[in-house]
Design a protein around this ligand. Sequence first.
Ligand SMILES: Nc1ncnc2c1ncn2[C@@H]1O[C@H](COP(=O)(O)OP(=O)(O)OP(=O)(O)O)[C@@H](O)[C@H]1O
Ligand SMILES: [Mg+2]
Length: 363
Amino acid sequence: MYLEEIHIVNFRKHRDLTYVPSKGVNLLYGPNGSGKTNILEAIHYCSLAKGMNRSLDRECLRFDADYFLLRSRYIDATGRETEVKVSYEKSREKKIVVNNEELKKFSGIIGKIPCVTFTPYDLGVVNGAPQERRRFIDTALSQSYRTYLDTILQYRRVLQQRNALLARHDHDRQIATDLEIWTEKLASYGASIIQERLSFLDRLEKVIKPLYQELGLEEIPGFRYHHTSGRISGEMNKKDIEACILERFEAVAAQEFMRQQTMIGPHRDDMVFTINGIDARKYASQGQTRTFLIALKLALQRMIRDIIGESPVFLLDDLFSELDEYRVDRILSILEGSAQAIITTTEKRSFSTAECMNIEEIV
Ligand SMILES: Nc1ncnc2c1ncn2[C@@H]1O[C@H](COP(=O)(O)OP(=O)(O)OP(=O)(O)O)[C@@H](O)[C@H]1O
Ligand SMILES: [Mg+2]
């Protein structure tokens, strides 16, 4: 999949701009504050209905403007065109229209235009709080499998219901029965999520290891899944995982009533990213964190491509800071030929394999 063109109106800094990247590796350069990240954010909106930094729609609205509009056109591997329009009016819900059809839910866009990012915000995936890693794997899986997205949305709904019941003070027999029903549902959805995550991480590990070598690194990256729902392993089937979760629910019942919330399950799990078997979150240097993240995102791009048969558009914000020339060369040669990549940078650089564009020529 590649972005053929994006038209940006009243989005962030940009009043009216059309950006036409090439199919391959693109460098977009310009000084600080010139609106490079804004363009990546606009492209990200067309894939995932939101910005990269979880900013609010109204924050993306150009100061003093009443609406923003993004119109982009993508071409997939079979040559078919997809047009995505995202529009937002002050104090209204945004609207997403794909090929002239308005989406009923924003989540409907996910997976249609797969996209992988590498931005300074993403560093939290390696060294931030567990929820950053959960968000990472959930977005990755949702872009790869529609059913995963449906399951995670169901899980969140059930979780909300169950938490509401736990928070009630008038516990009677009816509530106990209801709670049992929600617990079983949650265990069922939870088991599917855990199973998918484990198998995804297993595959991702097989892809990231050789990538480390391609990047000229001698370290060995890895993943470990940290369960809150008991002794679950990748070899277990869904029924066994479900049984494990239910058993844990019994063990934490008193604690859940006291805290009035669901204490175990995939919404509480974490992943440990390791370098040579050591927890990267706790021990990796800044450079190691950055290279882990870039390898992770390159691996993710390959994996999504293998699963859905479409290469995600790769958005790399400020790629070159803190990376040495050698590593930059390796990354570019990996990106080259793999798919479309849009890289922002403050300095003009010439690479034979990349199309170079000054942002000041398009604003
Ligand atoms: N809603 C908005 N309306 C108007 N301008 C905005 C809005 N949001 C952000 N900006 C402006 O956009 C600019 C930032 O643009 P952006 O982050 O894309 O720059 P950049 O080229 O990526 O810079 P850097 O090289 O420092 O990363 C800031 O000057 C900011 O004031
Ligand atoms: Mg920027």
